[in-house]
Every structure is written in C-alpha cells, then in structure tokens.
Design a protein around this ligand. Structure first.
Ligand code: Z5A
Length: 208
C-alpha cells in the first residue's frame, strides 16, 4: 500500500525541528515505517544546493535562480527519496516542501504565484502532501527563538517585513487547502504544542 506524505511548515524558529522527532515517534508507535527528511536537502545533491542557497557567499542571488534551485533540489528529492519511499509503503515526514516555496519565494521575494504553480505541476505532477502541519507563531516569537542560535544564514538575515509576508502566505495557503492543512498555535508551551499535534495525528491516522 502507498505510504503517506506529511510535511511540517512554518517561519523560522517555530519549532519544526523540535517537533519532527516527536511526530516520528508518534507514527512509529502506530506501526508506521517512517522516513524523515528535509528541504532544501534530503539527498547528497539537494544538500549541496541547500548549502548554496543558505550561504552568504551567494548574497544577491536573483529570485528566479533561487526558485529554480529550490525546484532542482526538490526534483532530486522526489526521484531519489520521496516517490520510492511512498511506493514502498513508507510514511515520509518532511521538514518543509513546496509550500515553503510559495511562502518564501512567492510571499517573501514576490515571485508570482502562477509561476510557482507551473513549476510545481512540472516537477511534482499531481503529488501533494497528504497532511501539512503549519506551526504558526507571531514573527517576533519565531525570530526570538531562532535568534538564540548561531550566525543567521541568507534567509534568517531577512527583515521582519519579509517574515510577515512569509507567515501571511502560509496562512493563506492553509485557508486555500483546508482539506490537508492543520494550523497549530506554536506559541504555546512545547507540551501543549505536542498535545495539539498528537490530536491532529490521531484524527489523520483514523482517516487513512
Ligand atoms: N526555503 C525556501 O526559501 N524555499 C523553499 O522551498 C524551502 C526552504 C524548502 C532553510 O529552512 C531555509 O530554506 C528556510 C526557508 C528556505 N529559511 N528560513 N528562515 P530550515 O527549515 O532548515 O530553517 P529554519 O526555518 O530557519 O528552521 P529553524 O530555524 O531551525 O526553525 P525550527 O526548526 O522551526 O525551530 P527549532 O529549531 O525546532 O526551534 C527553535 C528554538 O525554539 C529552539 O531553541 C527550541 O528549543 C525552541 N522551541 C521550540 N518550540 C518551542 C515552544 N513551543 N516554546 C518555547 N521554545 C520552543
């Protein structure tokens, strides 16, 4: 049987990495075989692209170049990891996917939505996540949580207004795709966030 594709999204610092392991454990406790992966990245080539797009060596990269690199990494990720895993009945749990492109390159950089939709159709065909967990926090909280770490990468160095547009785009996407989106208030204490995630997973698992 085909596996399921779950994606976790949100602005930086919302707690995606923190909650990824929690979700993996919940799914494995239900007997699912889980592949945990991330974007950009998830393959050797994709990780090289990740280094390119995050690095300050590439400050000034054009928005279209950035868009194409995100989809190049994604094409490799789909071909080498996501599609084979789903076909083998595994559940794929990804830290970000194409909605990050709508949010960052679309909302953040201003690339027209239609152009991203064309690339999405070309690279993915009809493959979309079965469930998207959007961890939502006000930008100030996300930046404050992320700011406790090392030097900011090329995206993290953006201004608050950029992240406000990214957050707005994610919330718009959740409104546009209510069948697969679940929005979690990630400004709550971690135990409450994980309780909310658990409730969403319980309903999802019962529905598949
Ligand atoms: N990008 C793009 O532009 N286009 C695309 O198509 C794709 C990606 C796929 C890399 O992503 C960049 O790529 C990203 C968008 C771009 N840039 N940005 N910004 P990434 O996902 O690897 O990087 P990130 O978003 O910067 O992730 P992050 O900063 O590591 O955030 P996180 O994983 O969501 O947060 P965390 O590390 O789990 O938590 C941050 C801190 O908060 C940590 O100390 C936790 O202990 C703490 N935390 C977590 N939850 C809580 C709660 N509930 N309360 C209190 N403290 C908490």
């Amino acid at each position: 049987m085909q596996g399921k594709f779950i994606v976790i999204e949100g602005i930086e610092g919302v707690g995606k990495s923190t909650n990824l392991e929690f979700i993996r454990r919940e799914l494995e406790a239900e007997g699912k075989r889980v592949v945990v992966t991330r974007e950009p990245g998830g393959t050797p080539l994709g990780e090289e692209i990740r280094n390119l797009v995050l690095s300050h060596r590439q400050d000034g990269m054009s928005s279209d170049t950035e868009l194409l690199l995100m989809f190049a990494a994604r094409a490799e990720h789909l071909a080498k990891v996501i599609v084979p895993a789903l076909a083998a009945g595994r559940w794929v749990l990804s830290d970000r996917f194409t909605d990050a492109t709508y949010a960052y390159q679309g909302g953040g950089r201003g690339i027209p939505r239609q152009r991203i939709a064309e690339m999405e159709a070309w690279v993915q065909g009809r493959l979309r996540p079965d469930l998207t967990l959007l961890l939502d926090v006000p930008v100030a909280i996300g930046l404050q949580r992320a700011g406790q770490r090392s030097a900011p990468d090329r995206f993290e160095a953006e201004h608050t207004a950029f992240f406000e547009r990214v957050r707005r785009t994610y919330l718009d996407l959740a409104h546009l795709h209510p069948q697969r989106y679940r929005v979690i208030d990630a400004s709550q204490p971690l135990e409450d966030v994980q309780q909310s995630i658990k409730e969403v997973l319980t309903v999802f698992l019962a529905s598949v």
